[in-house]
Ligand binder design. Structure first.
Ligand SMILES: [Fe+2]
Length: 333
């Protein structure tokens, strides 16, 4: 029996950041108080206003010690928040994933040695989720942390240290050019085929989808598809006095094939201006100073506000395969 007077509490964890007097990430420990899915769902719903406030302030909330040990339980945990679903099938995500329930899917099928660099989920597309849930079903033996970085803090740093570039990013936004392969490529962090990405079966369907989204495109001799986005924001207003460096610049520069050697082929300002290597490098090093590595424990669930906080995945190794699952939520309507 659980003690009815005990409740999950905010706790401190090593190397936690504090911004404006608020912890990042915020961590609720179950304190062994909630022992059933029904009790967890009731607690989440009874405390939803508090949790929403903490999420808005901190940008990431970790739930630790809750008895969640399978995909269905994780699905029910995430459903308790009542957010509208954002499904992988409908998304333009470029990662290859496998669905476990309607809402829950594997975080990324890229091999363990591939680092996934900091990004806002799908910020290189016109349609991105508002919130993300991660659940650690089985922590890696070595590595495999989810890196987390507050983009409002990063933007404040950019404004302070590179004010001219801060203005350019905010004023012009970004355009991304990517290559969608013919077939899913599991060896890549962004290997989803154009048919799967666009939910189509042929070229005509792909072109019609892209046209509707404002993309330009070019078919390649091997039937892969090069696409360029319309101008997307590089900075977003969070509506509470904060602005966030909301884009895919770091992941694209650090992780997309060939981009480091020739960034201008994949990423330019909305007015066509190229971004110098020195600017990319400075942004990466500034983000590194703000990054918290979430070292998973089995059963952990993290709720991330995708507009405020970037995430990534450290490389990992060991016999035990790391399993981190994801559920995405759209903005509440
Ligand atoms: Fe991601």
């Amino acid at each position: 029996m659980s003690d009815s007077s005990s409740q999950p509490h905010l706790i401190q964890v090593p190397k936690q950041f504090e911004f404006d007097g608020r912890p990042f990430p915020a961590v609720f420990d179950n304190q062994q108080s909630l022992t059933s899915l029904a009790a967890i769902a009731a607690w989440l719903q009874a405390n939803q206003a508090l949790l929403e406030r903490v999420l808005q302030e901190s940008g990431a909330v970790l739930f630790r010690g809750f008895p969640i040990d399978n995909a269905v339980a994780f699905d029910r945990f995430s459903a308790a928040f009542g957010y509208p679903d954002f499904t992988y099938q409908e998304s333009l995500s470029n990662a290859v994933r496998v669905n476990l329930t309607d809402r829950v899917f594997t975080a990324n099928e890229a091999p363990p040695e591939v680092e996934i660099f900091l990004h806002h989920e799908m910020a290189q597309t016109p349609v991105s989720p508002a919130k993300l849930f991660f659940h650690c079903h089985a922590a890696a033996q070595l590595g495999g942390a989810t890196s987390l970085c507050r983009s409002d803090q990063l933007y404040a740093l950019i404004l302070d240290q590179m004010p001219q570039w801060a203005r350019k990013f905010e004023e012009h936004g970004l355009r991304y050019t990517t290559l969608m392969p013919v077939d899913d490529n599991l060896a890549s962090g962004q290997g989803r085929s154009w048919k799967s990405t666009l939910s189509v079966t042929d070229r005509a369907g792909a072109e019609s989808q892209l046209q509707g989204l404002g993309y330009s495109w070019q078919w390649q001799p091997d039937d892969s598809l090069q696409v360029t986005t319309p101008v997307l924001p590089a900075v977003v207003d969070l509506g509470d006095g904060r602005k966030a460096f909301y884009n895919q610049l770091i992941a694209a520069y650090m992780g997309w094939a060939g981009v480091k050697a020739n960034p201008a082929a994949s990423l330019v300002l909305g007015d066509g201006t190229t971004i110098p290597i020195s600017v990319f490098e400075k942004l990466v090093s500034m983000a590194n100073t703000l990054t918290f590595d979430l070292n998973w424990q089995d059963g952990d669930i993290a709720l991330i506000d995708n507009r405020i906080t970037m995430h990534g995945r450290r490389a990992y190794s060991g016999d035990r395969r790391r399993q981190v699952w994801v559920a995405l939520a759209a903005a509440s309507v």
